[in-house]
Design a protein around this ligand. Sequence first.
Ligand SMILES: [Fe+2]
Ligand SMILES: [Fe+2]
Length: 270
Amino acid sequence: MTLKQRWTPDGLPWGDLRRELVADSEELFYMVSTASFIETTSDLYTRNLVQHFAANPEVSQWLQYSWEPEELNHGRALREYTERAWPDFDWETQYAKFFTDYSALCKPEMLLPLRSLELVSRCVVEMGTASYYTALHHASAEPVLAQLTRNIYEDEVRHYKYFYKYFRQYRDIENTSRTQVLGALWHRLKVFEDEDTYLSLKHVYSTRHPDQVYDKAVYKELIGRIRKLVGRHVPHEMSINMLLKPLDMAPLARRMVQPVMQGVARLMVA
Ligand SMILES: [Fe+2]
Ligand SMILES: [Fe+2]
């Protein structure tokens, strides 16, 4: 019962793709291909999440019939872009390697036991992806990539709004404290940095530099290069607002927390 998709990869103007604008950019290659890996793997996480919310048909149906198909749609479109822009990259083979590593980490136990906290951590992920694709959109001079990333970030912002709405419902039911919410925000920001990005970059980096060892130092260097390319396009204000919104704080308290979270968000998305 998948709901009608707002857009599909088939509807993109692939014939307008100007390869010469992206083909030589290793950073863009890393950004688009790693995103295609993570989005394509969304169903692994959704399965766990749908189970977690089995008692709530509104949430579980939205996850299953809207959210998951849209995330997979992102994966398909980004994969197609990767394969058209960088045709020497063997997507299938590298994805299989990534999947083996990543699926070992993606277990139901990873979910936070309090529903409200799991939902708030999903808000962090959607904030991160919305910021990432917004930055990529503004950094891209290539028209098909610009359109594709706009389509995606609009979806991610909408996803955030849903998770935020459900988070508020569960926060009231579970009486979740602000300290717990802050803890969940922090936890998710760390996972983001440590696992998803690190692993996905590993399997695309190896295709460009087969003789080099991939480790934390290489990872840091790659992140630095990506920041250099898109850092100034990161929508900081939007990211911070999305990050702090679930804390529902008075303006003064918000002003106190803001610099800390700003620093963390900057590390993550810029
Ligand atoms: Fe997505
Ligand atoms: Fe999303």
